[in-house]
Design a protein around this ligand. Structure first.
Ligand code: ADP
Length: 157
């Protein structure tokens, strides 16, 4: 194939918007901070296969941090420890991006941090009935970006 075309394809991801590839909140597996890590919950977590679980308090749009599933190796489910005791990256340490942000910029951001996951936030204008407020719309990970990059390369072959 023409080298120029392959290059354009590999670089195209940079201008793709977060909104095109992120995982919406309804599809995001999360845990409440006060839930207890007993047998059922731990089994449910392992069954999802995810390595990072956003943790919320009060409402699913209020994410306070991340639980790293590998931290559960030393957990005794009989102790029924609350999820909040395992929250590693707290609110202010979480990356937050906008749906219009471009994957090139998000990639740079994610490479700097240690979670490789960002929350996607947008303004909810309350349909004019209330004051606008921020709302978490979902998550995006390095994997979502890599999929766009690889997808382009396959198309180019
Ligand atoms: P993992 O390492 O947990 O498999 P990846 O970063 O490889 O996660 O992401 C794989 C896909 O799963 C991506 O589309 C990402 O948005 C999604 N994802 C990651 N964590 C979660 C989660 N807790 N709930 C739902 N989807 C998730």
């Amino acid at each position: 194939a023409d080298t120029g075309t392959a290059m354009t394809g590999a670089l195209r991801y940079r201008n793709v918007a977060v909104s095109e590839v992120f995982t919406p909140l309804v599809n995001t597996f999360m845990l409440g901070a006060d839930e207890r890590l007993g047998f059922d919950t731990v089994a449910k977590i392992f069954r999802t296969g995810y390595s990072r679980i956003p943790v919320y308090e009060v409402s699913k749009s209020n994410i306070i941090g991340l639980l790293f599933v590998k931290d559960l190796i030393f957990l005794d489910p009989e102790d029924e420890i609350p999820v909040k005791n395992f929250v590693q990256i707290f609110g202010r340490g979480l990356h937050v991006v906008w749906p219009d942000d471009k994957l090139g910029d998000v990639m740079k951001l994610l490479k700097k941090g240690r979670s490789h996951m960002a929350l996607v936030r947008d303004v909810n204008d309350g349909e004019g009935k209330m004051d606008p407020f921020y709302e978490i719309k979902g998550i995006i990970t390095l994997e979502d970006i890599v999929e766009v990059i690889l997808g382009d390369e396959i198309v180019d072959e």
